[in-house]
Ligand binder design. Structure first.
Ligand code: HEM
Length: 394
């Protein structure tokens, strides 16, 4: 019975924001995969959670039945504007992805390597001689934002803490304050986009967003363009942090794996993929069911809200051998951490690049590190998951 195990019935009374889920994260995911293809929630208007690999993949690929147009958060707070491209369906979604994809393709992303590496080195240099670091605030929360701001949108890095806080409050804060927190980010990024619109175009990402795309035969509204910039920023600064911290915590507690990567850095890209699978920052995102349909053995009704549990699907033994084990030398790494179907993550190449650089630079500067005695990492979970603190000594 999951109530005895976790203090809550995770099959019939699931709550993605519940502390019990945050505290027993991987155990709950594994129970869901093993015993409950579709879990149910009674929170607010209620929702359902699809947990197994093949089902998550099939639902993610069927956007006609599982639509993103009504948003990705269950019990969406009143007054929260939609975040595009995530909270839209084709054909509007396609128009934006066609405009944005070129900036996130492998070629342009690989041009960012030197700049990201310089920031990684600078951040490591700021604590390397201290013999200790709180890795999340001193590195993992900082690097993705710097990479995204400097290489893609040109927003001043000094404003990163304010935007990070607004995004964090929007995802993990009390439901009735989420609209207001998102409003802070939307307001700031809207002003920035507006100022750039009046300057001569250089054809960069901001110019392409400011120019807009067609929606229903007309140029899309200005708010949609601010929404695009905000969604990209959320993805760019609020996800990779968790994989980075999870990976570093794992290496701090598994010296044999750390030594393998120090001795053979060519293994790092494979390890990165395994860490993305194992430490999924996007836990589960929502879809609205567009028609009555039987799926994964459950009869869904039109307008039901479902979460695609990307985190559990990546731990499904039907798809991955021995999924509960981190294996940096794993042969074929199958996972849903970057999503599936039309909304598949636009930032995956950038995320992989950041993670590779972090491991290369950290292991070369500090090959031997461990978790400070008497401390454990702390986490925060909602539709996204992140690590809040990780005390290292070296
Ligand atoms: C390890 C890091 C990351 C992970 C695990 C991740 C995961 C995901 C997932 C699961 C989705 C699918 C959303 C859905 O199904 O509705 C997604 C979409 C998205 N991601 Fe990422 N992401 C990461 C990094 C990034 C970065 C660095 C950026 C931006 C620079 C980014 C921007 C986006 C955007 C804009 C979307 C929406 C795409 C669409 O709706 O077409 N992500 N991401």
């Amino acid at each position: 019975m999951t109530t005895e195990q976790f203090g809550r019935d995770m099959f019939e009374d699931f709550d993605i924001d519940a502390p019990e889920f945050n505290d027993h994260f991987t155990d709950v995911l594994d129970e869901l995969v093993a015993k409950c293809p579709v879990a149910h929630s009674t929170v607010g208007e209620g929702y359902h959670v699809i947990n197994r690999y093949e089902d998550v993949k099939a639902a993610g690929q069927d956007w006609q039945t599982f639509s993103s147009a009504k948003g990705f958060q269950p019990n969406r707070a009143e007054g929260v504007p939609y975040l595009y491209p995530e909270e839209s369906d084709p054909p509007y979604h396609n128009s934006w992805r066609s405009a944005l994809n070129p900036f996130f393709a492998p070629g342009p992303v690989s041009d960012m390597e030197d700049s990201i590496r310089a920031d990684a080195k600078e951040l490591i240099a700021s604590f390397v001689n201290d013999g200790k670091a709180e890795f999340v605030s001193q590195f993992a929360a900082e690097l993705p934002g710097r990479a995204f701001f400097k290489n893609l949108i040109g927003v001043p890095v000094e404003d990163l803490p304010m935007i990070l806080k607004a995004m964090d409050d929007h995802i993990y804060g009390p439901v009735d304050q989420r609209a207001e927190s998102l409003g802070v980010a939307l307001g700031y990024l809207g002003n920035y986009l507006s100022a750039r619109k009046d300057q001569p175009s250089t054809g960069d990402l901001i110019d392409v967003i400011a120019a807009g795309v067609e929606r229903d035969g007309e140029l899309c509204p200005w708010e949609d363009r601010v929404s695009i910039l905000t969604d990209l920023t959320l993805g760019g600064i609020a996800t990779t942090t968790y994989v980075m911290s999870g990976a570093v915590h794992y290496l701090a507690t598994h010296p044999e794996a750390r030594k393998k990567l120090v001795d053979d850095p060519d293994l790092i890209p494979n390890a990165v993929e395994e860490f993305v699978r194992y430490f999924p920052p996007v836990v589960a995102l929502g879809r609205s069911v567009t028609k009555d349909v039987e799926f994964a053995g459950y009869q869904f009704k039109k307008d039901d809200f479902v979460l695609l549990n990307y985190a559990s699907a990546s731990r499904d033994p039907a798809a991955i051998d021995d999924p509960q084990t981190v294996d940096i030398e794993r042969d074929k790494i199958l996972h849903t951490a970057f999503g599936v179907g039309v909304h598949r993550c636009i930032g995956s190449h950038l995320a992989r690049l950041e993670l590779r650089i972090v491991l290369e630079e950290l292991l070369s500067a500090i090959p031997d590190f461990s978790v400070k005695e008497g401390t454990v990492p702390s986490y925060e979970t909602g539709v996204l998951r992140t690590m809040k603190s990780l005390d290292l000594v070296f």
